[in-house]
Structure formats: structure tokens, C-alpha cells
Design a protein around this ligand. Structure first.
Ligand code: UTP
Length: 242
């Protein structure tokens, strides 16, 4: 369990990996969306602001695989991935509009636009922006543009590990490390269309440039996301600036 931040009323930014929207079991899906609605209402009820950046998950993988049969230009493949992130963002944005949240009716295409929309809405949901990175990097850029000191990255693994847990069963979870140490694990080269890593290397680079602290955690359990957003100790990896 690690502490994240002590800010009481800042704008908070969270990246939700696209896989989180599609748990395999229908009742898990219902529960996850229910918890997300509750979290949003609770946030808005306290007059706070929340920027949600949604990943592409399954439709991004499917779309990029299908498109690769026709072309291999990475810029074009990334453009397909971005469309999938915007599809997922629209699902969440419409879900929150449906329950009456003060969520932006526009899905912004840049983090500047998102930061501006957060001035007049409690919640802004967005997906990707431009080719060359993933939504992890978008969330770090949004935190930077909102003047936030930190950003929550919710994936489907519990922690950053010292090696890839999908390849190495002995990979060890890390509770706390610095951005420079994280960069040693993820590398610093962009991933390429549909590529994956514990955290997108571009996000790590931008976090170093803007001194943004990260919480990397398992968003299948939204109470962990809420703990980090509230500045409470959370289960996951705290990535300190230095
Ligand atoms: P994601 O952000 O979904 O990547 O973008 P991910 O790491 O696979 O995240 P999960 O699975 O949702 O957790 C999917 C793809 O969309 C393109 C990239 O090709 C990326 O691999 N993309 C996304 C961009 O080019 N720019 C963006 O801003 C966002």
C-alpha cells in the first residue's frame, strides 16, 4: 500500500485501459460500469473535475489487425487505433450523460481542448489524439495541460513488474520506483501501432519532462482507482518523479 498525493481539490486525470470496458463475464461488465457511474457521481457531487482518457482495447487490436491486411504505414494504423479509442470513449461519455453527469458532450481531439472543456464541465471523456503514442501518453499530457501533478494509469495488471509477467512467471511486482527507473523497464522508444508495455514509453518520457507522478494499478477493481484519485494509500505501483 502506497500513498499517492495530498492535493484536496485538484483536477484528476485517469487513463482507463480499453480492456477494462470488456470483462469477459456479463455480470462483471455490469458491475464495473455500475462502479464507474458511482465513482463519477461521487466525484461530481464533491464539485471536483475528472478527465478520463479511454484506451482502444479489443476494437483497436481488431481494427489494426484487419487494416494491416491492406497497408502497413504506421501513421495510418495508429489512425485506426485512435478511432477505436474514440469509440470506447463515446460509450463511457454517453453512459455518464445518460445518468445526468455534467460531462462534456464533445469528445475532444487534443489535450488542450480537453483542459479547456474541464473548465466548464466536471467530467471530460476522451480517447487518443495523434499517431505515435497510446492513451497512456494522452493522459500524462492532459495532466500536464490541466496543471495536475499526477495521473492514474489503470490497466489490467496489479503493478508494474521488474520484467514482463506474461513472459516471465517469476516477474516481481514493484510497489514504488522513479520515472527514470520505469524508463529502464519500458524503454524509451515508441511502441508502434497496437504495441503494448507496462506503461507506454512515450508516457514515461512526457511524465519525466513535465514532472508528473504516476499511479499504475489494476482498474478492474475500481476501488483502487478511487483510492489513488482520493490520495489514499492504494494497491499498485507508485512512480515518483525522482
Ligand atoms: P491504446 O491507448 O488503447 O493502447 O491505443 P494500449 O496500450 O493497447 O491500451 P489498452 O489495450 O486500451 O489498455 C491503441 C492504439 O491506438 C493508437 C496506437 O496505435 C495504439 O497502439 N493510438 C492511440 C495513437 O496512435 N494515438 C493515441 O493518442 C492513442
Amino acid at each position: 500500500m502506497v500513498d499517492f498525493h495530498r492535493d484536496t481539490m485538484p483536477t484528476q486525470i485517469v487513463a482507463l485501459g480499453g480492456s477494462l470496458l470488456r470483462p469477459e463475464e456479463a455480470d462483471e461488465r455490469t458491475m464495473w460500469f455500475g462502479q464507474l457511474r458511482q465513482m463519477a457521481v461521487h466525484f461530481e457531487g464533491n464539485g471536483r473535475k475528472l478527465g478520463i482518457v479511454v484506451g482502444g482495447g479489443l476494437p483497436a487490436r481488431e481494427g489494426i489487425t484487419l487494416a494491416r491486411e491492406s497497408f502497413s504505414d504506421p501513421y495510418r494504423l495508429d489512425t485506426v487505433g485512435i478511432a477505436a479509442t474514440r469509440l470506447n470513449a463515446t460509450i463511457l461519455q454517453q453512459t455518464l450523460q445518460d445518468i445526468g453527469c455534467n460531462v462534456s458532450p464533445v469528445i475532444p481531439t487534443s489535450t488542450n481542448e480537453a483542459a479547456e472543456l474541464l473548465e466548464s464541465h466536471n467530467i471530460v471523456v476522451m480517447g487518443g489524439t495523434t499517431p505515435g503514442h497510446t492513451t497512456d501518453a494522452v493522459s500524462v499530457a492532459l495532466a500536464r495541460d490541466c496543471g495536475a501533478s499526477h495521473c492514474v494509469i489503470a490497466t489490467n495488471v496489479s503493478h508494474v513488474h521488474d520484467s514482463d509477467p506474461r513472459e516471465n512467471p517469476d516477474a516481481k511486482p514493484i510497489e514504488e520506483l522513479t520515472l527514470a527507473e520505469l524508463a529502464e523497464i519500458t524503454g524509451t522508444e515508441p511502441l508502434g501501432p497496437g504495441g503494448s508495455a507496462a506503461v507506454d514509453p512515450v508516457a514515461v518520457k512526457w511524465a519525466m519532462e513535465a514532472s508528473i507522478k504516476l499511479a499504475v494499478l489494476d482498474g478492474r477493481d475500481l476501488s483502487r482507482v478511487e483510492d489513488a484519485l482520493e490520495g489514499r494509500p492504494f494497491i499498485g505501483t507508485l512512480v515518483k518523479v525522482d
